[in-house]
Design a protein around this ligand. Structure first.
Ligand code: SF4
Length: 449
């Protein structure tokens, strides 16, 4: 590895699940503005919904999500009531009954909701929206907390994709991250989902965890493959204890360094490709017959806050505390505090605390970054023409990209920029060249690999 590449790897860059990224949202976008944006949506175009459930039964030390450990059901029941209120407010504000083509339940642990509360919320969504025939209805699952009865309730509500958190199967690594989840349990839960008719299964794996080695990552990939998930996401652990205090439970000296992280992710990717998976963007893998692989092939792969997606809806409405929505006009984020969230929605106010109204410059840069993250290539000429400018708009960026070209991370052919296979893991650093907010000193991000 050259010194220049080493420096790029240790550079801190966003994950680019949006552009501008969340740390650059401002309080100028209010609930009133959000309401006006909702009222301007086109009822002919389907929507996508993201529902956030910020509760877990135990904290995993690597967790980067907005969540809270709870032992009683009271706070969850109260939250479920607020979710129903927010869904009704959204339906009331929209100009008509909208189709919904994607629902994603994330968290936290969505199945902390009782089967009755979960079914009631899904029932409400079905009353107020038209779920399309081919809609994807997905739930993130902590296999340690879901029994057969709950799985049956999810299936009865129409859920057709389950995304299981796995991380690593080595018990030593599991101890170090405070998430003990034996292989046999993951196997049983996977089988239970299939038996209930939920055939689309995703596994989320991680590298860069404390005490984790290349052989742990490979063993986890092999064991996962035995359970035949359709998709595997391989996320790098982002150690940001200054933002998430529970990460202080992970000792710095137990973490693999940048070189080791690179070896882990490269070894896992090579093994997944050898097992027949198709690599999608930076960190996802899908079986060749999966819709994510088809979206990559057909040029319709997109990126949102959950990572790579087949979702092509123009608007994604975020529901729940801390959730982020994306509308044609811009991004909005709900208040993180659960108490404020509940107070706001129960008083009939949209709980939006910040966001960003997109300028044309944001849209153009967002398009370039999304294409690079999804397709690993972009034609600057085609992108700039859509916005009535030409490639000279990015002359500074093109100069900055020369260092990447020299290192073999990208190739530049006229206005075509293509990330090379050796540079795939550094695609976020390439995207960062187009990010005008990055150097404004507002945010601290994780390492590029
Ligand atoms: S189960 Fe998921 S959301 Fe909950 S603490 Fe663990 S990683 Fe975070």
């Amino acid at each position: 590895m050259t010194k220049a590449i080493g420096e790029l790897i240790s550079k801190s860059v966003p994950r680019y699940t949006s552009y501008p990224t969340a740390p650059h949202f401002s309080p100028n976008v209010t609930g009133q503005i959000y309401k006006s944006w909702l009222q301007a949506l086109d009822p002919q175009k389907p929507l996508s919904l993201y529902i956030h459930v910020p509760f877990c039964h135990k904290m995993c030390w690597y967790c980067g999500c907005h969540t809270k450990v709870v032992a009683r059901y009271d706070p969850i029941s109260k939250y479920a009531k607020a979710l129903r209120a927010e869904i009704k407010m959204l339906a009331d504000a929209l100009p008509g009954k909208f189709k919904v083509s994607h629902i994603h339940w994330g968290g936290g642990t969505p199945t902390m909701l009782s089967a009755a509360d979960f079914s009631e919320i899904m029932g409400l969504i079905k009353d107020l929206f038209l779920i399309t025939e081919e809609a994807e209805l997905a739930v993130e699952i902590d296999p340690r907390t879901v029994d057969v009865q709950k799985i049956k309730a999810l299936a009865a509500s129409g859920i057709n994709r389950a995304s299981l958190g796995v991380q690593d199967f080595n018990p030593k690594v599991q101890e170090a991250i405070n998430r003990v989840q034996p292989y046999e349990l993951t196997k049983e839960v996977t089988e239970n989902f299939r038996a209930a008719g939920i055939e689309n299964i995703n596994f989320d794996l991680m590298y860069g965890l404390p005490q984790q080695t290349v052989s742990d990552v490979l063993n986890t990939v092999d064991l996962s493959h035995k359970l035949r998930p359709d998709r595997i996401a391989l996320f790098g652990y982002a150690h940001v204890p200054w933002m998430k205090s529970h990460m202080k439970m992970i000792r710095d000296e137990e973490l693999p360094d940048s070189d080791a992280r690179l070896q882990q992710t490269a070894a896992a990717a090579a093994r997944l490709l050898a097992l027949g998976y198709r690599q999608i963007g930076l960190d996802h893998f899908a079986r060749v017959d999966d819709t994510l692989a088809a979206a990559l092939e057909g040029g319709t792969l997109n990126r949102n806050f959950q990572g790579y997606t087949t979702d092509t809806a123009e608007a994604l409405l975020g529901i729940g505390a801390s959730s982020i929505g994306r509308l044609p006009q811009g991004y909005v984020q709900n208040v993180v505090s659960m108490r404020s969230y509940e107070d706001d929605v129960l008083a009939g106010h949209f709980p939006v605390v910040k966001g960003v109204r997109l300028s044309d410059d944001d849209r153009l840069r967002g398009l370039i970054i999304e294409r690079l993250m999804c397709n690993l290539k972009v034609d600057l000429d085609a992108a700039t023409r859509q916005f009535g400018v030409d490639c000279s708009y990015f002359s500074d960026e093109m100069n900055n990209l020369q260092a990447f070209e020299k290192e073999g991370i990208i190739s530049i052919d006229g206005s075509h920029i293509a990330v090379q296979p050796a540079g795939r893991m550094l695609v976020r650093a390439v995207c960062a060249v187009f990010d005008v907010y990055l150097n404004q000193g507002l945010a601290q991000h994780s390492k590029a690999v």
